[in-house]
Design a protein around this ligand. Sequence first.
Ligand code: GLP
Length: 238
Amino acid sequence: MKIIIKDNKENASKEAFKLFANSIANGAKVIGLATGSTPLDLYKEWVNSDVDTRDLVSINLDEYVGLTADNDQSYHYFMQKNLFDKKPFKKSYIPDGIKAINDPEGSSAEYNQIIAENPIDLQLLGLGQNGHIAFNEPGTAFDSVTHEVKLTDNTIKANSRFFADVADVPKSAICMGIANIMSAKEIVIMAFGKNKAEAVKKMIEGPVTEVVPASVLQNHSNVTLIIDEDAASMLSSK
Ligand code: GLP
């Protein structure tokens, strides 16, 4: 794993965007995208750049079950507002969180088919405080594919900052599995802030274990971890 440490998240995001621009210039066509606060600066860089997306396909990691695309807490809405409004892709896929209310298996199977037909060249990831990637919580099997996830209390609490009330946070999501993520040719994972320091340490210095989903990335041959100094603060060697 290649590790890049920058003084702050703005500079780290600039670095991450350079990797994206470079991969796209070198032919990457299918881009796996992520939500959360972590990728926001990277998306700003992208919006302000001349990197064209009209010939690219995007595939997002996850979506809450039960939120419509126009709900401002849905990941559909997030992507539209932060990237797609300014940088429309040829085709953008996000799991169908409405179909998933009654048919989570159907919604998941459809998404696996989309990923099979559009192999991911470059996947962007954030990191949960408990080491989750996308919504793959501790204990998720490494051979998992797209599935419905019951969110842990830890994740519901962490994500409640985006909602008016913790009770409004959906209790489940449709999410790419670990095997889908690992099938990407290249992965860029970012983490910022002291509250991610422990997860970063476990991800790269700890054993590869389903208890820390992100630790699986130690088994991938083309991963770049981009972090700020706060997120790097617990690493034993920098
Ligand atoms: C959520 C998302 C993840 C994201 C994580 C970290 O649970 N499903 O994809 O990486 O939170 O969020 P943040 O970037 O806001 O810290």
